[in-house]
Design a protein around this ligand. Sequence first.
Ligand code: SAH
Ligand code: SF4
Ligand code: F3S
Length: 479
Amino acid sequence: MREGEHLMDETRQGEATVVAGPGAGGRKLYLESYGCQMNFSDSEIVASILADAGYQTTRDADDADLVLLNTCAIRDNAEQRVRNRLVHFKTNKQKNPSLVVGVLGCMAERLRDQLLEEEQLVDLVVGPDAYRDLPNLVDQVEGGQKAVNVLLSREETYAEISPVRLDSSGVTAFISIMRGCDNMCSFCVVPFTRGRERSRDPHSIVQEARTLFDQGYREVTLLGQNVDSYKWNIDNKGVVKEEGQPVVRFAELLDMVAQVNPDLRVRFSTSHPKDMTDDVLHAMARHENICKYIHLPVQSGHSEVLKRMNRGYTREWYLERIAAIRRIMPGCAISTDIITGFCGETQEEHEATLSLMDEVGYDMAFMFKYSERPKTLAERKFEDDVPEEVKGSRLQEVIARQMIHGKARTEALVGQVHRVLIEGTSKKRDDQFFGRTTHNTVAVFLKGDHKPGEYVNVHVTSCTAVTLLGEVTNQPADT
Ligand code: SAH
Ligand code: SF4
Ligand code: F3S
């Protein structure tokens, strides 16, 4: 397995997706997204803003008047992939000089001068808080100028914009509930690329969930870099902003969204171990439609490394949070993110990560080699001193360990009956559907006369390392 590859499915960061959706006609937009779910969700906002300005999305870059890459800066290899694509589009531009090429998202802030001036790779650079300005900026480019807006905002949440659902199955959708991040983990570029944390009006979130349900969607994923610090009508110090108005924290928001309809599943990502409270776990336990799955990135199993990473918790604190999850929701699935070879990581510290993995037994993990990012605390304070081969061999050990745990967790489900939301036709077999259990495990089974968007109970008869194979049954579900 290569760096950044993970052991489950393709729903999270790293993959580029070409998107297509409805538009108002006229000019054609080709949009490619990289990075995390938040970026994919942002692309739906961009498509909506540009649809209002008369752009229709296309899947064929050669057919487009406007090519936009929504970029990720999380690791160096993410940036390199985007650069290669930009070089490719530069040659397209030589063939079609009226083509406008732009960079959106997390590379915009960092690389605007380089991309625009030095390398002349693009005409347009727009940061994550400036998408409302896109129609003006595109006009500016069409008038013969380069255009830039990378201003970060303390307020922008795009709350009232109805995203154009791109590449959608019509069953599952993302809802962005907050933007930015105030955490300053020392390895991480996100606070620099996306700015300060701000939460979106809860009523617009609930309204979006309701609209999706009415349109036939059956699952929403609430997105934020640190959903546990979601807060509305209260500041960071706990002071209520508007007296008489309700305060909404993440646990209350979960309650509100779960009540939209018992048939609307609710997922969320990402939880932060330092902020995940028992309130949130109790809210999950209270509502059957909140999926019993938590992504709780640990990054390292050693408290000293966690301190250098500025994560705000120790190994013991993290394991106590895991114990709380198991206490309040026995059987809840847990996944994580792990970085190998962070600055100064010793063999002993690396082994602590392996032993933590053994203690937790993750269902799934996203595993990465440390990649130094400009401007971050780690870049300024520590030396990136773990040799590349050591980072790589440690990553391989972490991946190998996860394969054992993931497989064991999947195998434990064989023989059980799980409630599965059907998402679509299986990639491997036309006569089979795939869907997910509450634990986010993919299950495949014969279609029968079912349809995507329906719930079925699936009796699991066997499995591969990450996928359940089964048959639809009338028996009651275990989960
Ligand atoms: N907000 C989320 C994660 C955002 S980035 C959280 O706090 O957990 C997703 C993952 O990318 C991180 O969890 C981390 O494991 C990884 N990552 C971030 N910066 C990285 C870097 N510089 N090198 C390697 N991996 C990194
Ligand atoms: Fe980055 Fe940490 Fe914020 Fe996650 S919580 S986005 S890792 S700074
Ligand atoms: Fe990448 Fe930006 Fe997301 S850096 S992981 S796209 S927040």
